[in-house]
Write a protein that binds this ligand. Structure first.
Ligand code: FAD
Length: 426
């Protein structure tokens, strides 16, 4: 490859999480010249929450490639086969894959792909006449296509912002702040999957149990993720296309109705936590030093010499105070335009919910039409609850790959659906 082609790839990917890794894996066999840059030294899937007991929330067939190319050398099954553990995997009783193993798989693919570069941060993307000028550390590349795969950003509530550090941190950083919980009061804020995983992790460590664990959620209860078959249909390509065909206010209604299809706690984990609380309370000498506070919202916080005081308000307006030594914020994530794209920010059409994406996941902007920005993980408001999930990862990557290649290399249409929606209304 000449130094000129190295500097003018057909596409530049910003960030290599699972979503851009999937696109890199689909583009690699086509010969399309793309370069994907990741600032971390190697592939890590949400390393701050890579808890040993955490499991994948979807089928392992929803890997980087299988749903659009079951013959790919980059599938999860190919990974098992390469590691001579396919029979052992089948013989296990646990049907869910652990996140540690899925991370191993993703790392294995990342090491094999010729088009991903680690330890390289995309600093700035500018328009230079009819192409982008992309600064990657101290190099400059030129390309007509940029694919954003920078993921979501943790939600940090204003009341916690001044106190962020080793005692107050988002769950996304949980393992980066090793805490000895022994004898301390730990508050976990958030009744979604991340908060539940942190609670479960703390309750498992019998040698280092907190003197008290407080679990706070603004929801009325610790509610399950809806994993029933008709709800799982929301994670199919046909439903994503149907959702895309709706008007913005219609999409907004559906998103609020479908919240528990994506934001609840996996029923298996809820059961495990419930059973663990039972054992602690009735069968184990440690006792159950856990306070569960669903239906409570944190509205303020003060940091004193002896820990933090959280001010809560319950559903009916009654105030309450909690003192904690450590506060873990399981408060979810949102999309943000990456800093590197700031030079182009005013040229993107950004509405209340995010930027509009077209059917091929390219972003609407006022630059030359042949110079395109694609966005992964940025279209929940246009594609529905499946957008931030692994379920449609391979399908979306295939659509972007086809668009970059200018021809249909991957079949992306016609997958069956149980529903009879008309997705051709627009
Ligand atoms: C703990 C956790 C568990 C999850 N488990 C599941 C699950 O089981 N099933 C499911 O369907 N979904 C799951 N999800 C949701 C979703 O699949 C993941 O969030 C997924 O990692 C999203 O992939 P991504 O590629 O968009 O972003 P990320 O994984 O966040 O990766 C983005 C990458 O971009 C890099 N980056 C950012 N800016 C730059 C830059 N300027 N230059 C270079 N690199 C940059 C970052 O370092 C990062 O590595 C989970 C989410 C979380 C938080």
């Amino acid at each position: 490859m000449t130094s000129d082609t190295l500097r003018t790839p057909g596409a530049v990917g910003v960030g290599v999480g699972p979503f851009n890794l999937s696109l890199a894996a689909l583009l690699a066999p086509t010969g399309f010249d793309a370069r994907f840059f990741e600032r971390s030294a190697n592939f890590q899937w949400h390393p701050g929450l890579l808890l040993p007991e955490a499991t994948l929330q979807v089928s392992y067939l929803k890997d980087l490639v299988t749903l659009v190319d079951p013959t790919s050398q980059y599938s999860f099954v190919a990974f098992l086969r390469a590691h001579k553990r396919l029979y052992r995997f089948i013989n296990r009783t646990e049907s869910r894959v652990s996140r540690l193993e899925f991370n191993q798989y993703l790392q294995w693919v990342a090491e094999r792909l010729p088009n991903v570069v680690f330890g390289a941060e995309v600093r700035e993307v500018r328009l230079a006449e009819d192409r982008f000028s992309v600064q990657v550390d101290d190099r400059t590349l030129h390309t007509r296509n940029v694919v954003l795969g920078t993921g979501l950003v943790p939600n940090i509530e204003p009341w916690s912002r001044p106190y962020l550090g080793n005692e107050v941190f988002h769950s996304d950083e949980f393992l980066r702040h090793p805490i000895d919980a022994t004898g301390r009061v730990i508050a976990v804020v958030g009744g979604g999957q991340s908060g539940a995983e942190v609670v479960w992790h703390l309750l498992l460590d019998i040698a280092h149990l907190p003197s008290q664990l407080v679990w706070i959620s603004h929801r009325a209860n610790f509610l399950p993720l809806d994993e029933s078959p008709f709800t799982n249909e929301l994670f199919n390509p046909a439903y994503s296309d149907y959702f895309f065909s709706l008007a913005p206010d219609q999409r907004e209604i559906l998103l609020s109705e479908q919240r528990l299809a994506s934001d609840g706690i996996s029923p298996v984990l809820l059961q495990r936590i419930y059973d663990r609380l039972y054992d602690l309370e009735f069968l184990e000498p440690a006792g159950r030093n856990v306070r569960l506070l669903p239906g409570h919202e944190v509205i303020g916080m003060q940091h004193g010499s002896a820990g933090c005081d959280l001010t809560l308000r319950d559903r009916w307006g009654a105030p309450r105070r909690i003192r904690a030594d450590v506060i873990v914020l399981g408060t979810g994530y949102h999309y943000e335009l990456p800093d590197a794209l700031q030079p182009l920010a005013s040229r993107l059409t950004w509405d209340r919910d995010g930027f509009p994406v077209r059917a091929d996941f390219s972003v609407e902007w006022d630059g030359p039409p042949e110079v395109r920005i694609y966005a992964q993980d940025a279209a929940r408001h246009m594609r529905g609850v499946a957008d931030p999930n692994l379920s449609l990862m391979a399908w979306r990557s295939a659509i972007i790959a086809n668009s970059l290649l200018g021809r249909q290399v991957y079949e992306v249409n016609g997958e069956s659906s149980v529903f009879d929606f008309d997705a051709t209304r627009n």
